[in-house]
Design a binder for this molecule. Structure first.
Ligand SMILES: [Zn+2]
Length: 164
């Protein structure tokens, strides 16, 4: 997959990839693309999904995107990345955020993309514990609530759909 909207904000991985992290961007698709391509933002995602299901690819999957900030792995000892959140995650953002719900097309494309990445890593589709939200990583806990805050995205249903 070649990049459609390359971001200058990425670095070498500091850990092997162990998790797929889902975000909301908090703004429109256009503003997220603009923010991600600006060096001064110091922010990027591997992929951003528009409300109509279009996917922007911004950072190569083998590089670390700058999505997570200060972080700590979830309380699950299958993870080993500690505080290296950006180093060990692939980051997929849904454009938008509360109070407007994600569109069915966005969620459908998210499930497809998560499945494709699980397969790319040769992870069994049953290993849905690898699918996390920014809320599960951010330190201090509660600093970020995306993408599940306010019941915005049902990540449990997404995990189930990926493994189905
Ligand atoms: Zn986030």
């Amino acid at each position: 997959m070649s990049l459609t909207h390359p971001s200058p904000n990425h670095s070498a991985r500091s850990h092997r990839v162990e998790a797929l992290c889902v975000h909301w961007t908090g703004g429109s698709y256009a503003s997220a693309l603009d923010w991600t391509r600006r060096k001064e933002s110091q922010v990027s995602y591997h992929a951003i999904i528009a409300p109509d299901g279009e996917v922007a690819l911004c950072v190569p999957w083998d590089r670390a995107s700058w999505s997570v900030g200060a972080s700590r792995q979830p309380d699950d000892l299958r993870f080993t990345f500690g505080s290296k959140g950006n180093g060990a995650t692939e980051n997929i953002a849904l454009a938008g955020g509360p109070p407007t719900k994600p569109t069915p097309a966005q969620v459908q494309v998210l499930v497809r993309l998560l499945r494709a990445r699980m397969i790319a890593h040769q992870w069994p589709l049953t290993e849905t514990w690898r699918i996390v939200g920014h809320v599960d990583l951010a330190m201090p806990r509660g600093r970020k609530t995306d993408p599940t805050g306010g019941a915005w995205l049902d990540l449990g249903a997404v995990r189930q759909a990926v493994s189905a």
